[in-house]
Design a protein around this ligand. Structure first.
Ligand code: FES
Length: 88
């Protein structure tokens, strides 16, 4: 499973010293769907129904699946793409 995420940011998010509580865990979004990047906002829960071999395209607000496609066999996350190309 994978997803295509529309990201329009063109630079980093600055986190000022002292803004992160030192004694509490901080969750950084890894799914790409958070509306509060770089922080997790719980939007990843919608990915629980994603199936291997498929690519999910979400609506701009990340709250719904807009389209599902089969993952191409030469996709970087596909097991077939992990095989080094033969020479010659
Ligand atoms: S990991 Fe992306 S919203 Fe939680």
């Amino acid at each position: 499973m994978a997803r295509l995420v529309r990201v329009e940011a063109t630079g980093p998010t600055k986190i000022e010293p002292g803004t992160i509580p030192p004694d509490k865990p901080l969750w950084i979004c890894a799914c790409g769907l958070s509306q509060r990047l770089p922080y997790c906002d719980g939007s990843h829960k919608i990915t629980r129904s994603e199936q291997p071999g498929m690519i999910y395209i979400y609506t701009r607000d990340g709250k719904a699946v807009a389209e599902v496609r089969s993952e191409p066999p030469d996709s970087p996350s596909s097991p077939a793409s992990a095989v080094p190309p033969t020479s010659g």
